[in-house]
Design a protein. Structure first.
Length: 487
């Protein structure tokens, strides 16, 4: 799964319902066409390797051979849903639902319902009940195992790794399992383990763009930007239209402060995205660009553009709360925050710890922003600290922004020692974040440790040389260099 490590976003992961497949030798689905079944199998295989267009092509051919092939219709709906082609998704959802009555096997009907559940916004308890029935009847089926593992992984449940490892015990060359294990390891902060998994993934399927893209993400998170870009370019050599790697390169440029280059690439992606599939993600990257590079004059416009491109209230409402907090409007911010909490309560996902911590994180970030608006720095420190604590189970690359903002709040509250601690912690995972080096230099000057300040500025220097000339960090670096020299 690809996603943006977007600051201020509460990433409340809803269940990622994956495709379920039995091999034709074990338990064929309801179709009288061997050709349709083979095409279906090829489509599912392609989907696991993120060859979306190829997967859809196979699946369309399958339903052309047998329009009554219910699970193929359901998978087409899921594939179009992932592409955000709502009309096609609805068309194939309706076809699959109309065919359910003609499926004799209760197990197969449950599998079809599980594929369709992502469109029906089922509560967590409903999804769990459906999945439990399937697992009870088919515990050793590969794709049932994968479905269960994905559900657990999206809830940050370590039981997911046990399932993926048991899959590899059955088939050590099942490449997608290494990919998912890599992401799980990274999101628990085990970066070396994650790298090992991703490198084995790319070893097994070197001609698949996604294998290089996944490694590129890991290298980005740990500050190995040049290596990351090389992996993204390998992915694009294999599949020039692999949008995930184009987004990865734009993310790299944003982290480096190469805003003009990032925006040029994002605009090219936006123009080329005639189906509007990636508009929300592109606009989200614009928001990230403004926030991590301190582009205060542009951030509100970017956030509003992103909100307008989001596809559901549960995505929009937390950003509305942040949007009004940045303007110091606590009344409107409260209104949207309460709407968001009501939406979460209605899904049944509020019982999960990762959702509870995500909501707490959002609330404290919002309160910190409101405190900063009125220059109440003690309160800002309190709430950024609580935000970091709410993210304690997150990996370092997922919470560096909150730590950076906490460090800035500490500086404004005349606590430079605490600010330096935050900077050092950030740099332990990603030594290529110029923001953390400047924070460390600023804190060291306030402490009176000029050698430490000069060392931090020396480390920041090659990073600052890369960023755009009009970013605030350039003038900040010059100011800090003068202070370190004068004192």
């Amino acid at each position: 799964m690809k996603n943006i490590a977007m600051l201020l976003t509460v990433v409340l992961l809803m269940v990622a319902l994956v495709f379920i497949l039995q091999s034709p030798e074990e338990k064929p689905y309801s179709t009288n066409s061997k050709i349709a079944l083979e095409l279906y199998n090829q489509g599912v295989d392609a989907s696991y390797l993120m060859k979306d267009d190829e997967a859809i092509s196979f699946m369309l051919k399958a339903v052309s051979e047998d329009p009554g092939f219910a699970i193929a219709q359901a998978r087409l709906a899921a594939m179009y849903y992932r592409k955000r082609d709502e009309d096609s998704a609805k068309q194939h959802t309706a076809a699959a639902e109309s065919l359910l009555a003609f499926v004799d096997s209760e197990l197969e009907r449950d599998k079809i319902k599980l594929v369709l559940a992502q469109f029906q916004q089922l509560k967590a308890s409903q999804v769990d009940s459906l999945l439990d029935r399937i697992v009870e009847q088919d515990p050793d089926d590969l794709q049932v195992m994968i479905t269960k593992a994905r559900v657990l992984a999206n809830r940050r449940d370590p039981g997911a790794t046990d399932i993926y490892k048991s899959i590899l015990e059955k088939n050590s060359n099942f490449a997608p399992a290494y990919n998912m294990l890599g992401y799980f390891a990274a999101h628990t902060g085990n970066y070396q383990e994650a790298e090992d998994y991703f490198r084995h993934y790319s070893y097994l399927v070197p001609d698949i763009a996604n294998s290089h893209d996944s490694l590129g993400e890991l290298l980005t998170w740990t500050g190995r930007y040049q290596e990351a870009e090389e992996e993204y370019l390998k992915a694009l050599d294999i599949q020039p239209d692999f949008v995930h790697s184009l987004v990865g390169i734009a993310t790299l440029q944003i982290k480096q402060g190469r805003v003009k280059a990032a925006r040029k690439l994002l605009n090219e992606l936006r123009i080329g995205d005639t189906s509007n599939r990636y508009q929300a993600e592109i606009n989200g990257l614009e928001v990230q660009c403004c926030l991590v590079n301190d582009m205060e004059e542009e951030r509100l416009q970017a956030i509003r553009r992103m909100i307008d491109s989001l596809h559901s209230d549960i995505e929009k409402f937390p950003w509305e709360a942040i949007y009004y907090a940045l303007q110091g409007d606590s009344v409107k911010s409260d209104l949207w925050l309460n709407k968001f909490k009501d939406e979460i309560a209605g899904t049944g996902y509020g019982k999960f710890d990762f959702v509870k911590s995500g909501i707490a994180n959002l609330i404290h970030q919002r309160d910190a922003i409101l405190s900063e608006y009125i220059n109440d720095y003690p309160s800002a420190v309190k709430h950024w600290k609580l935000s970091v604590e709410a993210s304690s189970e997150n990996a370092p690359h997922e919470k560096w922004f909150q730590q950076w903002k906490l460090g800035e709040a500490y500086l404004n509250n005349n606590q430079p020692g605490e600010a330096a601690v935050q900077a050092i912690q950030i740099l332990q995972t990603n030594p290529s974040l110029y923001q953390a080096w400047l924070l460390l230099a600023d804190a060291s000057i306030e402490i009176g440790d000029l050698p430490a300040a000069r060392a931090a500025l020396n480390s920041a220097s090659p990073l600052i040389e890369v960023i755009d000339n009009d970013l605030p960090a350039r003038s900040k670096a010059i100011e800090l260099t003068k202070k370190a020299a004068l004192q």
